[in-house]
Design a protein around this ligand. Structure first.
Ligand code: BGC
Length: 801
């Protein structure tokens, strides 16, 4: 397998939806699943096109209740293109004899290629070669080029090209009981002999989307007109093009598509824009050239070099990492800077989690911030614009400050559904995951990390600081004082481990003193106090007045940040939450024997009428998240501030304890565990990393990838290379480096962008080389071992490991 291409050499109907997700093409503005152009949605295929921020709400009646859900809408399908010999059947891969099959996702060029050779029932052999792209430089354009070659026949054929808006959101089986018809048809029109136009609108959010498609034909580079016949019906416009095909004369069919929406900027009316941009688009080969150039620029910034010690059979590590970078950049790109869009946990690749935005940003931003921090800034602005909604949510729940939702969509209200279906038992279960208030800490953490890497004081002054301050306020108001213990507590929440949402047999939702939440709250309060000092005096004054920050309030923040409660077990283990140790030990071996795969233990237990709430089991890292986010120095400081012990063996003891109790029911889990083990257990860490790497390419959760990729896992596996193995940490204005490669990796080379400088880091053998580029004269401080070195642009320095 090439290091740049994902290649499939057979057609496997049962894996087709997974491949469609993995072969999605996108540019941050919109994305289209890699479905074959000739197919409709059915058991094998699921075409999908999603617009960043393209949400719509529907109310469904379930079990006597109205349930409202907001979904990322599956927009009209622009792909449809197929053919038949006149009098024969429309091309269907499952009805012909496939003589050769190859599908290739070329990551370097951002092109999906398909090469088929097949024989129909009458013995006609045909070759089909197609190339598809969603333009990375011109975000409103996509293009499909199909070349048909009749090998042993000639005759009349019909080509069918269309824009299909009769689309519902049907990509996730367990949502099928809920409303899924989001699109209203507004207009179909033939713009000229070759160009179709379709206009739809989402039913509630009233986003208009217009697509225009020009289909043109060539043989020997001469245009062919064909005999065209339009077909229109509500929500659909197509054309049949009849023409003669000659043996061994390739027929090239180009379908160029423009897509505009009423949410766009610099737009008068999206229909006009779609017409304009299709008229200006040019031919496939021109579009390909500028598209490949844009990808070349992105790879220049985002690629990494990796030398493995041993040759790898099958999918190589570097290929999968590139695939992950590719999908990340197709979901959020340079175009995101101009959009009001967050980063959906499952990309723009499917409908799982309804396209909502979670805390997964925490796993995604570090990679982006050290490469193209402008993208992180744009995504943080998505949160900033929803600050008022978060303030309203806090007030409604009886708190001060801002309380961001666990799941966020269009306007920042809580989108977590209150009921969800367990596909194993067929039962509706109440969902309390909105109690994961820790998402607020993640947002503050993300703002802070972005600032550390960029020193973007303008962002911090006008947007970032207020988010940190309002989240700090929320934590301070949520913390209650326990007189007896003389400690503050946070009660009734959920930590990242979603298997626990209440105490066994308790009616009261949530758990008390989740260690991760409490420590993160302390960290946010400390940063809030620090951020005020960092701001220019005038801005600090303005902000303090606007937010009516009083001295007593700051004193309370300080007090809470010193006396927050963290619960420990007798043997010094940090308790995931209060009384965790009283839960029953779980029979891991027994359940593994009985069920095999028990990653989703919650579903297994629910089907047995049981609940994980009764056991010491975790879906994913919870306490261990602390070791993922903070260095031992930082954690030591926090625990000292709280006057709790933080012994030298705290970290390994806790890792050992919780790792044994985790089922990795979230794809975020393995990579977090791999990260925390990276220095102490290199083999164990690499094993988990290798599994995390396969999360989507092998769909290790058995059925979730078809519904969308796992962007958090994708980004964090790449970030493992970038930060865990280089030991990058930004602390006190110094970029600390502390490389330690896994034994499987011989050398690693990557570029990072840090405070207006580009650094190339190369780790090979026992040498670390740092090369500094950039134009600004300021020196950059690099920390290595215990020394700080000042480097200027143009300088290269070697460090012996
Ligand atoms: C995980 C969450 C995550 C969400 C979206 C869930 O399965 O438990 O931590 O935010 O998926 O990726």
């Amino acid at each position: 397998m090439s290091q740049w291409s994902l290649i499939y050499e057979d057609f496997e109907p049962t894996k087709e939806k997974r491949r469609e997700a993995l072969c999605t093409l996108g540019n941050g503005y919109f994305a289209t699943r890699g479905a074959a152009p000739e197919v409709d949605a059915n058991d094998v295929h699921y075409p999908g096109t999603y617009l960043a921020g393209g949400y719509n709400r529907l109310v469904s009646r379930i079990a006597g209740r109205d349930v409202e859900n907001e979904d990322l809408v599956n927009m009209p399908n622009w792909l449809p293109l197929t053919f038949r010999r006149v009098g024969g059947a429309w091309f269907d891969l499952q009805q012909v004899e496939v003589l050769a099959y190859r599908q290739e996702l070329d990551l370097k060029q951002g092109v999906l290629l398909r090469n088929l050779r097949f024989k129909d029932a009458q013995g006609h052999v045909t070759r089909l070669a197609s190339r598809c792209l969603v333009h990375m430089q011109q975000p409103h354009l996509a293009a499909l080029e199909t070349t048909l070659t009749a090998e042993n026949w000639s005759g009349r054929i019909e080509i069918r090209t269309a824009l299909d808006g009769r689309i519902i959101n049907d990509g996730v089986a367990r949502y099928r009981g809920l409303g899924n018809r989001h699109l209203e048809w507004l207009e179909t029109r033939l713009l000229d002999a070759e160009t179709l136009l379709l206009r739809v609108r989402t039913s509630q959010s009233h986003i208009e989307v217009v697509q225009a498609a020009a289909t043109r034909l060539w043989a020997n580079d001469q245009p062919l007109a064909g005999e065209r016949q339009a077909r229109e019906e509500p929500g659909y416009i197509g054309q049949l093009i009849a023409l003669d095909i000659a043996e061994e004369t390739p027929l090239v069919i180009e379908k160029i598509v423009s897509l505009h929406s009423s949410k766009d900027r610099a737009t008068s009316e999206c229909g006009l824009e779609a017409v304009e941009s299709i008229a200006r688009a040019g031919r496939f080969r021109d579009l390909l050239q500028s598209h490949v150039l844009a990808w070349g620029h992105l790879w220049g910034r985002f690629d990494m070099g990796l030398g493995m010690r041993e040759p790898e059979p099958g999918l190589t590590t570097v290929l999968v990492l590139r695939l992950h970078i590719f999908h990340l950049l197709q979901t959020v790109s340079l175009h995101t800077m101009d959009l009001d869009a967050g980063v959906p946990a499952r990309g723009l690749h499917g409908e799982a989690y309804r396209g909502h935005v979670f805390w997964d940003e925490l796993f995604i931003f570090p990679f982006l911030s050290l490469r193209l921090p402008e993208i992180t800034r744009a995504l943080l602005m998505y949160r900033y614009r929803r600050l008022d909604e978060a303030r309203a949510a806090a007030r409604k729940a009886g708190y001060d400050g801002a309380m961001y939702p666990w799941q966020s969509g269009s306007d920042g209200r809580e989108e977590t559904q209150r009921l969800h279906l367990n596909p194993k038992s067929g039962r509706w279960i109440s969902d309390k995951s909105n109690l994961q208030r820790h998402v607020n800490a993640a947002i503050a953490y993300n703002v802070w990390q972005y600032f550390q890497v960029t020193q973007d004081m303008e962002f911090l002054s006008f947007y970032g600081a207020v988010m940190i301050l309002e989240v700090a306020r929320f934590w301070a108001s949520m913390a209650t004082y326990n007189e007896e213990l003389e400690r503050y507590e946070i009660l009734g929440v959920m930590g990242p481990d979603e298997y626990h949402d209440a105490y066994p047999d308790s009616e009261r939702p949530g758990l008390d003193n989740n260690a991760y939440t409490n420590v993160m709250a302390v960290w946010v309060l400390c940063r809030a106090l620090e951020v005020l000092d960092l701001l220019p005096r005038e801005r600090r004054q303005e902000l303090s007045e606007t937010l009516a920050l009083r001295q007593e309030e700051l004193e309370r923040w300080d007090d809470v940040s010193r006396r927050m409660r963290v619960v420990f077990h007798d043997d010094g283990i940090i308790s995931q939450f209060e009384h965790y140790e009283r839960l029953q030990e779980f029979d891991w071996d027994g359940y593994r024997k009985k069920y095999g795969d028990i990653q989703r233990l919650d579903r297994v237990l629910d089907a047995e009428d049981d609940t994980p709430n009764r056991y010491q089991v975790s879906k994913q890292a919870d306490v261990l998240m602390l070791f993922y986010l903070f260095s031992s120095e930082e954690l030591g400081d926090i625990f000292r501030r709280l006057d709790y012990p933080f012994e030298y063996d705290t970290i390994p003891k806790n890792i050992d304890y919780y790792l044994k109790r985790t089922s990795h029911g979230s794809t975020l889990s393995r990579v977090t565990h791999s990260w925390v083990l990276a220095r102490s257990d290199r083999e164990g860490s690499w094993r988990l990393f290798a599994e995390a790497l396969m999360s989507d390419v092998e769909d290790i959760q058995d059925g979730t990838t078809p519904e969308g990729i796992h962007l958090g896992a994708m980004a964090s596996t790449v970030d493992m290379m970038q930060r865990a193995y280089t030991g990058i940490e930004v602390r006190g204005g110094v970029l600390w480096l502390n490389p330690r490669l896994p034994r499987t990796i011989e050398n690693l080379c990557l570029h990072v962008h840090y405070r207006d400088k580009s650094l190339t880091l190369t780790i090979s053998g026992d040498l670390l080389t740092v090369e500094v580029a950039g134009v600004t004269p300021e020196l950059i401080k690099i920390g290595f071992k215990n020394d700080i070195h000042e480097l200027r642009h143009g300088q290269t320095k070697e460090f012996t490991l």
